[in-house]
Write a new protein. Structure first.
Length: 70
Protein backbone atom coordinates (compact mmCIF):
# COMPACT_ATOMS: atom_id res chain seq x y z
CA UNK A 1 0.00 0.00 0.00
CA UNK A 2 2.89 2.36 0.62
CA UNK A 3 4.02 1.96 -2.97
CA UNK A 4 0.64 2.99 -4.36
CA UNK A 5 0.50 6.05 -2.14
CA UNK A 6 4.07 7.01 -3.10
CA UNK A 7 3.25 6.51 -6.79
CA UNK A 8 0.20 8.75 -6.54
CA UNK A 9 2.36 11.37 -4.88
CA UNK A 10 4.90 11.14 -7.72
CA UNK A 11 2.22 11.45 -10.40
CA UNK A 12 1.10 14.75 -8.86
CA UNK A 13 4.55 16.33 -9.14
CA UNK A 14 6.03 18.25 -12.05
CA UNK A 15 8.98 17.04 -14.10
CA UNK A 16 11.35 19.44 -12.33
CA UNK A 17 10.23 18.20 -8.91
CA UNK A 18 10.69 14.62 -10.05
CA UNK A 19 14.25 15.24 -11.20
CA UNK A 20 15.05 16.86 -7.85
CA UNK A 21 13.56 13.88 -6.05
CA UNK A 22 15.59 11.54 -8.28
CA UNK A 23 18.82 13.33 -7.41
CA UNK A 24 17.97 13.20 -3.71
CA UNK A 25 17.19 9.48 -3.90
CA UNK A 26 20.45 8.74 -5.70
CA UNK A 27 22.38 10.66 -3.03
CA UNK A 28 20.59 8.71 -0.34
CA UNK A 29 21.44 5.44 -2.08
CA UNK A 30 25.09 6.45 -2.27
CA UNK A 31 25.12 7.27 1.45
CA UNK A 32 23.42 3.98 2.30
CA UNK A 33 25.94 2.01 0.25
CA UNK A 34 28.78 3.87 1.93
CA UNK A 35 27.36 3.13 5.38
CA UNK A 36 26.92 -0.51 4.41
CA UNK A 37 30.53 -0.77 3.27
CA UNK A 38 31.76 0.64 6.57
CA UNK A 39 29.40 -1.59 8.61
CA UNK A 40 27.43 1.36 9.98
CA UNK A 41 24.11 0.48 8.35
CA UNK A 42 21.53 -1.21 10.57
CA UNK A 43 18.61 -1.54 8.15
CA UNK A 44 20.01 -3.02 4.94
CA UNK A 45 16.49 -3.39 3.49
CA UNK A 46 16.46 0.39 3.06
CA UNK A 47 18.91 0.03 0.14
CA UNK A 48 16.43 -2.11 -1.77
CA UNK A 49 13.58 0.26 -0.96
CA UNK A 50 15.51 3.29 -2.23
CA UNK A 51 16.50 1.44 -5.42
CA UNK A 52 12.85 0.65 -6.11
CA UNK A 53 11.86 4.25 -5.42
CA UNK A 54 14.47 5.41 -7.94
CA UNK A 55 12.97 3.06 -10.52
CA UNK A 56 9.49 4.38 -9.74
CA UNK A 57 10.63 7.98 -10.16
CA UNK A 58 12.33 7.20 -13.47
CA UNK A 59 9.20 5.41 -14.70
CA UNK A 60 6.99 8.40 -13.91
CA UNK A 61 9.47 10.75 -15.61
CA UNK A 62 9.43 8.55 -18.73
CA UNK A 63 5.65 8.44 -18.76
CA UNK A 64 5.40 12.22 -18.45
CA UNK A 65 7.88 12.80 -21.29
CA UNK A 66 6.02 10.39 -23.59
CA UNK A 67 2.74 12.18 -22.87
CA UNK A 68 4.41 15.54 -23.55
CA UNK A 69 5.78 14.30 -26.89
CA UNK A 70 2.37 13.08 -28.07
Amino acid sequence: MKAKKYLEELNGKSAADLTQELVAAKKELFNLRFQNATNQLDNTARIREVRKNIARIQTVITQKTKVAES
